[in-house]
Design a protein around this ligand. Structure first.
Ligand code: TYD
Ligand code: MG
Length: 258
């Protein structure tokens, strides 16, 4: 078993997933395995993925989900991530998506930090979020800086900029009965909901260095949510729960714990 388990979810990002996979294979730190969890992407995407599967560090899974109703009945990336979390034995767990590119030293920096700090369980790094127009030009970028230890991580940091010890997982499961939340009310902020669970027990410690670049593409859930014409997928989603709710809960929770 490798020391680091990377869980990448994928659905229909043919223009991006090649870069995302290459970013992982280019890591200076080598003791990892990548679970590539594809949610039954179109042929174009599958063609991009295929050559990468020769690398035996990549474990590939493809779901059988077809209809939009099935896609909105659960937070699909949470389902795919939980499937891996139920099986792996690596020491450290980290997450990737098909539209995020790790910088070459991401794993090296994060593993070194956790190795050097045995009492720290969860870390995050700075990251760049790029918003793209219809032709994939960057129209706006946000630098999300990892400056402080935070007990309120939801919506200030991103899916692909954290790493945690696997040892936290049984504690999360015992308290919440699951790891990532599959309730479709959290489709928009599934990562924030997982960070919310983590923040009941542990803070996130910062590495103030940009270690990944994230892209909000034309087909991203967020792009669809905020565009004027709503897709079938968005129309079928239940009302989405909010960052505000998660963040104010945690602030009160901390006050009461003090
Ligand atoms: P994405 O479209 O990138 O949304 P955003 O970045 O705006 O939150 O989707 C997030 C991840 O979820 C991505 O890795 C693909 C995965 N996903 C599935 O696995 N199945 C699905 O049906 C959808 C819509 C997304
Ligand atoms: Mg995305």
């Amino acid at each position: 078993m490798s020391k680091v388990c990377i869980i990448m979810t994928s659905y229909n990002k043919p223009k991006f997933i090649g870069k995302a996979l290459q970013g992982i294979l280019n890591q200076t730190y080598k003791d990892f395995e990548l679970y590539l969890m594809d949610d039954n992407s179109n042929e174009e995407t599958q063609k991009v993925i295929e050559p990468f599967l020769k690398d035996d560090r990549i474990k590939f899974f493809k779901s059988k989900v077809e209809s939009i109703s099935e896609r909105v009945s659960k937070v699909r990336y949470a389902v795919l991530i939980n499937k891996v979390l139920n099986e792996v034995n690596s020491k450290y767990i980290t997450y990737a998506t098909d539209d995020n590119v790790y910088r070459p030293n991401r794993l090296e920096k994060m593993v070194e930090f956790l190795d050097d700090n045995p009492n720290i369980n969860v870390i995050y790094s700075s990251s760049i979020t790029n918003f793209l127009d219809n032709e994939d030009n960057i129209v706006r970028s946000i630098n999300r800086q990892a400056k402080e230890v935070t007990w309120c991580a939801p919506c200030i940091l991103d899916h692909c900029s954290i790493m945690h010890r696997a040892s936290i997982l049984p504690i999360i499961k015992k308290r919440f009965e699951s790891y990532w939340d599959e309730n479709p009310q959290f489709y928009r902020i599934g990562d924030a909901r997982f960070f919310w669970k983590i923040n009941h027990f542990w803070p996130f410690h910062p590495i103030n260095e940009i270690l990944d670049d994230n892209y909000i593409t034309e087909t991203s859930i967020h792009h669809q949510l905020f565009s004027k014409e709503k897709s079938e997928f968005i129309k079928k989603l239940p009302k989405q729960r909010t960052c505000k709710e998660l963040r104010s809960f945690l602030k009160n929770y901390r006050k009461e714990a003090k």
